[in-house]
Ligand binder design. Structure first.
Ligand code: ZN
Length: 457
């Protein structure tokens, strides 16, 4: 018997899409085990149903982060003043080789919990810290212990950034086959597998071709970084993938800042998905976020945090930055043409879609998650709108996109299981984990920072 119960979420403002139509209404949501069993007015609970009052709350599909390197979660602020090359050298060059399996476990668990705490119910963990089988096991265990729904993107070892990330000649590790066999047995599990490959901007084309063939042989979604700063025009990755006949709907790309219109058209034509991570892109010199161009070309697109070494770990900030950065881009274009813009062409609703159903489509999970619909998985968040900073609210969409923060997320349910309730994570000992992450992260610091660490201790 499944330990999960029936849960009736009563009296909230349900904010979702049903068959692509926006729903915003006072409704009850009935959860039975891992699925949404009913949505309607004045649903009556049976005897065995736990009732959750959602009065004064928005009831939303869980948010979906489609691109993050969770293993870096213990290094907040390390990259806050770095550009991309400094990040590659500092994080992948210096820190990654020193990571132990225990560090990876702690990072993944901490990162997944901070994601859940902020209303993210599904995450794509792009894990390029596969230094040994023990590292791999630790990363997967961290995800599983957190209770989050995840795609584990099995990446390359973090043992040498030069060998693995600078026009690499090395193919993706073939023990991906063993990892799949050992840890991933069903697409119905909460944590499933994908492949995080280097792609044409970080490995030779012959390597990319081989890596994609391996992912397809294993029937896995394949993700890679593309169009990041000068690498975009230099390597012409999308065009090369097209010339080799490699584009397909199983390919996911992160960033896409410096792709051109022809590239976006190809992404749309082949059903490839794009994960936009606006905050880190703006900081690290990847280029302007591709949000507007992706929407204009009807590319399947969504949002991600990418690295908490430089940014916050919630999707609320990414939603807000994506929206306002795109508005700035479009307004600036008008001014450059000597015109005053009269109307904004991208709306908060476009961004809410990207963080929910867009995320589900990006991960190929739209039949399961991304909206609140009967028969879908019960991945639901309750956002308390009666707190200072968010109250009084008038528009539920703008409330989620522009005002909500972690502390407004009252309840998180994933696959019918309550992970957060009354603004507290359930059954997780956070204080010890944070302390362990803090103490372990000091060993990676430069000598000057070690002094600071000692002083703090
Ligand atoms: Zn990334």
């Amino acid at each position: 018997m499944d330990s999960r119960k029936r849960i009736l979420i009563k009296g909230g403002t349900v904010l979702t899409f049903q068959s692509n139509i926006l729903v915003c209404d006072q409704l009850d949501v009935l959860v039975e085990y891992d699925k949404i069993a009913d949505i309607g007015k004045n649903l009556v609970p049976s005897l065995e149903t736990e009732e959750i009052s959602a009065k004064g709350m928005i009831v939303s599909p869980g948010l979906i982060d489609t691109h993050r390197h969770l293993w870096q979660s213990a290094f907040k602020g390390y990259a806050s003043n770095w550009k991309l090359m400094e990040y590659l050298n500092g994080m992948l060059g210096d820190i990654a080789p020193k990571m132990t399996p225990s560090d990876v476990y702690n990072g993944n668990l901490l990162g997944a919990l901070e994601a859940v705490n902020s209303g993210i119910t599904t995450i794509f963990d792009w894990s390029h810290i596969m230094n040994s089988d023990e590292h791999t096991e630790a990363a997967i265990r961290g995800l599983k212990v957190s209770g989050i729904r995840a795609k584990f993107g099995y990446g390359t070892p973090g043992t040498s950034v030069w060998e693995w990330f600078f026009e690499s000649k090395k193919s993706h590790p073939v023990n991906a086959y063993d990892i799949k066999k050992k840890y991933f047995h069903s697409d119905n599990d909460l944590v499933t597998m994908a492949l995080g490959i280097r792609g044409p901007e970080y490995s030779e084309m012959s390597v990319t071709k081989k890596d994609i063939a391996m992912g397809r042989d294993m029937n896995l979604q394949i993700s890679m970084h593309i169009g990041g700063g000068a690498f975009g025009p230099k390597y012409q990755g999308i065009q090369k993938l097209h010339q080799q006949g490699l584009l397909g709907s199983d390919l996911n790309f992160a960033h896409g800042n410096t792709l051109d219109d022809k590239d976006f058209q190809l992404l749309a034509d082949y059903g490839c998905s794009l994960s936009i991570t606006p905050e880190v892109e703006l900081q690290m010199g990847l280029g302007l976020p591709a949000t507007g161009r992706a929407v204009k070309h009807n590319v399947i697109c969504s949002l991600g945090v990418d690295v908490v070494t430089a940014t916050s770990g919630n999707l609320f900030d990414q939603m807000k930055i994506a929206l306002q950065a795109e508005r700035a881009i479009q307004n600036e274009k008008m001014y450059q043409n000597g015109q005053m813009s009269e109307k904004l062409t991208i709306q908060d609703l476009d961004i809410f879609k990207m963080a929910t159903i867009g995320g589900a489509k990006t991960l190929g999970l739209e039949q399961k998650i991304g909206t609140l619909e009967v028969g879908k998985q019960a991945d639901i968040i309750l956002i308390d709108v009666d707190k200072l900073g968010i109250a009084p609210y008038s528009n539920p969409v703008s409330t989620v996109v522009l005002y909500a923060k972690e502390h407004n997320v009252d309840t998180v349910i994933i696959a019918g299981k309550i992970i957060k309730r009354n603004d507290k994570l359930v059954n997780q000992t956070i204080d010890e984990l944070i302390l362990e992450c803090r103490l372990n992260s000091y060993k990676f610091m430069e000598p000057s920072n070690e002094k600071l660490a000692t002083e703090k201790l």
